[in-house]
Design a protein around this ligand. Structure first.
Ligand code: GLP
Length: 241
C-alpha cells in the first residue's frame, strides 16, 4: 500500500487526475472504475480541464461505476448516474455505450447484479479503480461487517451513511436505504486501486485504515491484501497518522 500525502484538496485532485491520465496514455482502451461522493469531484474537474486542453482522450475508455441507489432512475438528479453525467461524462468524449452504472430501477435486481459483475469480467476486469472512503470505512457501499467474498450485490445503507449522504437530498427521508454496489471481491479484482480522502473529517478513518489490522469492521482495510494500491490524502486527512 503506497501512501501519498499532498498539501490540500486541489493537489489531491490533480494528483489523482494525473494517475488516470497516465493510465490512459499507457492504455487508451483502459477500463476505469469510478466513484461518486464529494471527494472525486475535484479530480473530475481536473480531468475535464485536461480534456479541454487536449491532454487526454476518453474515446476508447470503458467505465464501470461502483454503485447506484436502489429506486433512483437516471433522470433523478440525486442518482449516481446523474452525478456522473453532471461532473464528468457530459463534458468529455467518452462513448456513452461504454459507460456502465448499475440500474437502480431494475425490476430484477439479482439479475442486474449478476449481469453487472459479468460485464466487468467480459471487459477484462477493471484496470484502475478510484475509491473514496466513508467515515465508517466503507468503500463503494460496502458497509462495516462486510462480507469480503461478496461480488456486486444489494446492500442496506448504515444509518451513519444515510446521515452523511442526506446533504445531497431535500430531507433524510428521501435518502434511499438500499443500493447496488460492487462487492469487495469485485473491487479487489481491479488491477490497480487509488483511494482518495480529503479533510479533517476523514483523519480518524485514514489513521485506522493505515494503522489497524484487516477487519470486516473497516471494509477498506481489505486493501492491505491488494498488491497495487495508492492512497492519496491531503494533510488534513493525514493529520492523525
Ligand atoms: C458514498 C459513496 C462512496 C463514497 C463515500 C464518501 O456513500 N457510495 O463511494 O466514497 O460516500 O463520500 P464523500 O467523498 O462525499 O465523503
Amino acid at each position: 500500500m503506497e501512501l501519498i500525502i499532498v498539501k490540500d484538496y486541489a493537489a489531491l485532485s490533480q494528483r489523482a487526475a494525473n494517475l488516470i491520465q497516465a493510465q490512459l496514455t499507457w492504455n487508451p482502451q483502459s477500463v476505469l472504475g469510478l466513484a461518486t461522493g464529494s471527494t472525486p469531484v475535484g479530480m473530475y474537474d481536473a480531468l475535464v480541464k485536461m480534456y479541454q486542453d487536449k491532454a487526454i482522450d476518453f474515446s476508447q475508455v470503458t467505465t464501470f461505476n461502483l454503485d447506484e441507489y436502489l429506486g433512483l432512475g437516471q433522470d433523478n438528479p440525486q442518482s449516481y448516474y446523474a452525478f456522473m453525467h453532471e461532473h464528468l461524462f457530459k463534458h468529455i468524449n467518452v462513448n456513452k455505450e461504454k459507460i456502465h452504472i448499475p440500474n437502480g430501477l431494475s425490476e430484477d435486481i439479482q439479475s442486474e447484479c449478476l449481469a453487472y459483475e459479468k460485464s466487468i469480467q467480459l471487459h477484462g476486469g477493471i484496470d484502475l479503480q478510484v475509491l473514496g472512503i466513508g467515515h465508517n470505512g466503507h468503500i463503494g457501499f460496502n458497509e462495516p461487517n462486510v462480507e469480503f467474498e461478496a461480488k456486486t450485490h444489494v446492500v442496506s445503507l448504515d444509518q451513519e451513511t444515510i446521515e452523511a449522504n442526506k446533504r445531497f437530498f431535500d430531507s433524510i427521508e428521501d435518502v434511499p436505504k438500499k443500493a447496488i454496489s460492487m462487492g469487495i471481491k469485485t473491487i479487489m479484482k481491479s488491477k490497480r486501486i487509488v483511494l482518495l480522502a480529503s479533510g479533517e473529517g476523514k483523519a480518524d478513518i485514514i489513521a485506522k485504515l493505515v494503522k489497524d489490522e484487516i477487519s470486516p469492521n473497516v471494509p477498506a482495510s481489505v486493501l492491505h491484501l491488494h498488491e497495487n494500491v495508492v492512497i492519496i490524502v491531503d494533510e488534513a486527512a493525514a493529520s492523525k497518522l
